[in-house]
Design a protein around this ligand. Sequence first.
Ligand SMILES: [Zn+2]
Ligand SMILES: [Zn+2]
Length: 117
Amino acid sequence: MHEIDNILKLSQTEFLKLCLEWKEDMIKEGKWDEIQENIDSNVLRCPVHQFAARKGLCKKTTGGTAKCLICGHYICPECYSHACDIISRVTGYLQVVSSWNAPKQQEFEDRKRYGVK
Ligand SMILES: [Zn+2]
Ligand SMILES: [Zn+2]
């Protein structure tokens, strides 16, 4: 594939495109399940996080959430870091979503955002 220095010259969008092509290839070759399991056991192994970490993480608290197009985990919407906590309000208190029980996390997952004008 590409040399690491050349990869770091890419923008986040260009890198994602590269990753999506790679993911498609891996699915075709039947290797994706194994890669997905590997990432699930440690989300920091996801190439999108590795790229973000090398580019520099923003380490900020930002509004909104985003999901990685490659592994599906929650990521920082700004720098694409996978080492982040999602904080949400439940019955008046702010809590880290990953500490919630499974059904409650699913409920968070199923929520939709609406804009009110
Ligand atoms: Zn990812
Ligand atoms: Zn960030």
